[in-house]
Design a protein around this ligand. Structure first.
Ligand code: B1M
Length: 214
């Protein structure tokens, strides 16, 4: 295995954004596969930080700089994960729900959607039901992808889907939900269409569902 993966993971854990960027660039230049750089380098490092955070070995500031380094690294992989010359097969609104600032998983889902040739309109973090609805009215999306990482914010998914119902446009879109506390049974309680545990399968299922409707 390339030692570069370990170096990327270690630099990410230390929150060294510039080192992460330089190492990812080096890995790309050496021809290492983008999926491996993501999984064995960046995500492996984020995994270590997540466990340390859970065990109170590191705190918010350390996690924040690691998260910034992660996002900087994944941005470099974007062109490599995208299907070359793919024509957009559909439009997906994506965002982290109101009250929630976690964006790494959401950014990965966006990356994978784009990799599948879908157009992703990223509304960012802390996105309210009204903002999702306004964006749908403007863009006429095929799907809406909601991410939540907190047990306190996951309920917001129900409000968002409810707002689309009230506005009479629930059936115009496919709702995808995901994030660490989300499950298949939670998906059913909020009335969403698709739950997947990871970003790659979210993009896969989203594309399938959009194509099935066309
Ligand atoms: Co936060 N945080 N955090 N945090 N944070 C968690 C989520 C927590 C589990 C840590 C813990 O164990 N204590 C905990 C939540 C507890 C709970 O709700 N039960 C927690 C807490 C408590 C908090 C604060 C309240 C801490 C505080 O301030 N005291 C605060 C809340 C801020 C807010 O949002 N309002 C907070 C803040 C932060 C930071 C800002 C420091 C930082 C976020 C930085 C950023 O995102 N830019 C942060 C981080 C990084 C984490 C952990 C360590 C890592 C999350 C992450 O990015 N993982 C996290 C611990 C953990 O999850 N184990 C934690 C990597 C990422 C790739 O995974 O996002 O799960 P994830 O995405 C996965 C899947 O879930 C899935 O795909 C990805 C894999 O392919 N997925 C989808 C995600 N979205 C999807 C959507 C889909 C489909 C799949 O379809 C649409």
């Amino acid at each position: 295995m390339s030692h570069l993966y370990e170096e990327i993971s270690a630099a990410l854990q230390r929150g060294k954004q510039n080192d992460v960027k330089a190492l990812v660039e080096q890995a790309i230049a050496e021809g290492l596969p983008a999926e491996e750089i993501l999984n064995r380098g960046l995500l492996a490092g984020m995994d270590v930080i997540s466990k340390q955070f859970q065990e109170n070995e590191v705190y918010v500031p350390e996690v924040l700089v690691a998260a910034r380094a992660m996002n900087a690294g994944t941005a470099l992989l974007k062109p490599l994960l995208a299907e070359a010359g793919a024509k957009a097969v559909g439009k997906v609104l994506i965002g982290t729900v109101k009250g929630d600032l976690h964006d790494i998983g959401k950014n990965l889902v966006r990356l994978m959607l784009e990799g599948k040739g879908l157009e992703a309109i990223d509304l960012g973090v802390d996105v309210s039901a009204e903002q999702f609805l306004a964006a749908h009215k403007e863009h006429k999306a095929d799907a809406v992808a909601l991410s939540a990482l907190l047990t306190t914010t996951m309920q917001e998914m129900k409000n968002i889907i409810g707002a689309f119902e009230e506005a009479g446009c629930r059936d115009e879109v496919i709702f995808l939900v995901g994030g660490a506390p989300i499950s298949e049974s939670f998906k059913q309680t909020v009335g969403a269409d698709i739950y997947t545990p990871d970003a790659a399968s979210a993009a896969e299922e989203c594309k399938k569902a959009i194509l099935a409707r066309k």
